[in-house]
Write a protein that binds this ligand. Structure first.
Ligand SMILES: C[S@@+](CC[C@H](N)C(=O)[O-])C[C@H]1O[C@@H](n2cnc3c(N)ncnc32)[C@H](O)[C@@H]1O
Length: 81
């Protein structure tokens, strides 16, 4: 593990904010279709960063998924929204 992305490119709050705008709830149906998300799925969010999309998927599918987020950057892994 390292913290290269969060120190050299974007910190967790900046990345979380930017992705919150991208993965806005009013575009939920579009992302569910594009990502092929379905209730009951097992999902690995590899390179999840601060977990913005990870949390969105949980919310959009009413927690009816097995979901794990993985990131090599420990600053993101430790980040609490
Ligand atoms: C552009 S950010 C995207 C974060 C997140 N997917 C999002 O949409 O907000 C890319 C992420 O991939 C992670 N990453 C890069 N290489 C990785 C690897 N080999 N294993 C795990 N995470 C990795 C970085 O640490 C960074 O958090």
């Amino acid at each position: 593990m390292d913290n290269h992305w969060s120190t050299l490119i974007q910190g967790p709050k900046t990345l979380d904010y930017a992705k919150e705008l991208r993965f806005s709830d009013d575009r939920k149906d579009c992302f569910i279709r594009v990502l092929g998300l379905q209730p009951g799925m097992s999902i690995v969010d590899l390179g999840c960063g601060p977990g913005t999309l990870t949390r969105k998927i949980l919310k959009w599918l009413n927690h009816d998924v097995s979901l794990i987020g993985i990131d090599r950057d420990f600053t993101f892994v430790e980040y609490e929204n």
